[in-house]
Write a protein that binds this ligand. Structure first.
Ligand code: GDP
Ligand code: IMO
Ligand code: MG
Length: 429
């Protein structure tokens, strides 16, 4: 029955974790379909705060079956560290399933990610240094290691030796680093095999059976639309498909089974790492917004770049993902501003662009055209219905809704589980 895909509309950290958690009691399966432990989702439940990286956020809801799909790249050390940390806090992770086709992140790729960034110097991408890019590159070059390879030692060894034959040349001759011993890598990977074995499954089949049985499946994206390797601000992107189409390939879910696409849109914009960002604020207003929103990375602790809301980006996310519902998050972070600029188009060399410019160079030179909306200058964190919001705040939401294309079905007014306004149901057909 219903499959829902949930994606980020901007450059990540929109509050996808909280939105997934919000749907928790109405879903049966939650599937992570792209990325790896480059993601960082903070979920606040009562006084408890959870930071999830590799595991899907839906794991926090008892009874939900969490799945790591084939499109994910798995750092096995991180997987078990996260499982142990959650179990220690009383979260049951026993239902977790991991696709036999998911690729693992061998430690040489984490090393390569970091040395490559250092090597690039001022041309660096600002990756999370988690080995994500090199592991997807290996997947596409057909020299990757899959979860199922851990259960055939001779195949595993062959693959590691083949991968290292090239990588060791690169490490030694380009980066001036020591070569990596294939045996050590094989032993490291095998050390996780037995603990992982009961979790390994044909997860696409499980999802298909669940949908046949009328269960609700939520596919939760890491990263976001503009970090998507095809549709984002390439090359300043991650290495996977973080848009809704990625759920089909990354979970083995046919497009004909997807009923809904929810996009999470933050009421302003943030970005971590390098790359173009037209509405970026580098002044004290930006510092204020960063402090109010506590915009420091969950994964790397880096201060996030911040700026005003860009509805050109929102419209783009609507179109690329086929969004049916938006969740607008962190609206409460705008409470104190007297005026709230919203970018409605770009000026590129004197020409107005209402859509994302097709040329990346144009996007680098885009200057925002703002519409200035009045602020509400009051605390909205206690509001639980749309009608309780101040009139100017309602107008802000309606303005954004009209500009982006799909309805705003839920509004976040604080980090807590209950700090939400539900306007329209997010599940059901
Ligand atoms: P994700 O990567 O998309 O899951 O987002 P992150 O967890 O990296 O960043 C979102 C941050 O905003 C987290 O610290 C959340 O607790 C917080 N958050 C989510 N929704 C809201 C909201 O509506 N209001 C406020 N004030 N904080 C929120
Ligand atoms: P969530 O799921 C924000 C960014 C990195 C870098 C680029 C490539 O929490 O929204 P990578 O390590 O993936 O090769 O880095 O992508 N990036 C994120 N930015 N939120 C994330 O995840 C991100 N995951 C990757 O900062 O610019
Ligand atoms: Mg995040």
């Amino acid at each position: 029955m219903p499959a829902i895909v949930l994606v980020g509309a901007q450059w990540g950290d929109e509050g996808k974790g909280k939105a997934t958690d919000l749907l928790g009691d109405r879903i049966d399966y939650v599937v992570k379909f792209n990325g790896g432990n480059n993601a960082g989702h903070t979920v606040v439940i009562g006084d408890e705060k959870y930071a999830l990286h590799l595991l899907p956020s839906g794991i926090l809801t008892p009874g939900v079956t969490p799945i790591i799909g084939n499109g994910v790249v798995v750092d096995l050390g991180v997987l078990f560290t996260e499982i142990d940390a959650l179990e220690a806090r009383g979260v049951d992770t026993s239902l977790l399933r991991v696709s036999a086709n998911a690729h693992v992140i061998p430690s040489y790729n984490t090393i390569l990610d970091r040395v490559n960034e250092r090597f690039l110097g001022s041309r660096k991408l600002g990756t999370t240094g988690r080995g994500i890019g090199p592991t997807y590159a290996d997947k596409m070059s057909r020299v990757g290691i899959r979860v199922q390879d851990l259960y055939d030692e001779s195949i595993l060894r062959q693959k590691v030796v083949a991968a290292l034959a090239v990588k060791n040349q690169v490490l030694a001759k380009i980066y001036n680093r020591r070569a990596i011993d294939a045996d050590a890598i094989v032993q490291e990977l095998l050390s996780y095999a037995e603990r992982l074995r009961p979790m390994v499954a044909d997860t696409s089949l499980e999802i298909s059976k669940a949908l046949d049985a009328g269960k609700t499946v939520l596919c939760e994206a890491g990263q976001a639309t503009l970090l998507d390797v095809d549709h984002g601000t390439y090359p300043y992107v991650t290495s996977s498909n973080a848009t809704s189409g990625g759920a089909c390939t990354g979970a083995g879910l046919p497009p004909t089974r997807v009923d809904r696409v929810i996009a999470v849109l933050k009421a302003f914009t943030t970005r971590v790492g390098e790359g173009p960002f037209p509405t970026e604020l580098t002044d004290e207003v930006g510092d204020e917004l960063r402090e109010i929103g506590r915009e420091f990375g969950t994964t790397t602790g880096r201060p996030r770049r911040v700026g005003w809301l860009d509805v050109v980006v929102g419209r783009y996310a609507y179109r690329i993902n086929g969004v049916t519902d938006f969740v607008l998050t962190k609206l409460d972070n705008l409470d104190t501003f007297e005026h709230i600029p919203v970018c409605v188009a770009y000026d590129v060399g004197g020409v107005r662009h209402d859509e994302m410019p097709v040329s990346q160079s144009d996007f680098h030179h885009a200057t925002p055209i703002y519409e200035i909306l009045p602020g509400w200058q009051s605390d909205i964190s206690g509001c639980r219905t749309f009608e309780e919001l101040p009139a100017t705040c309602q107008d802000y939401v309606l303005f954004v809704e009209k500009a982006i294309g799909a309805r705003i079905s839920a509004i976040g007014v604080g980090p807590g589980r209950d700090e939400i306004i539900q306007r329209y149901p997010l599940t059901g057909e």
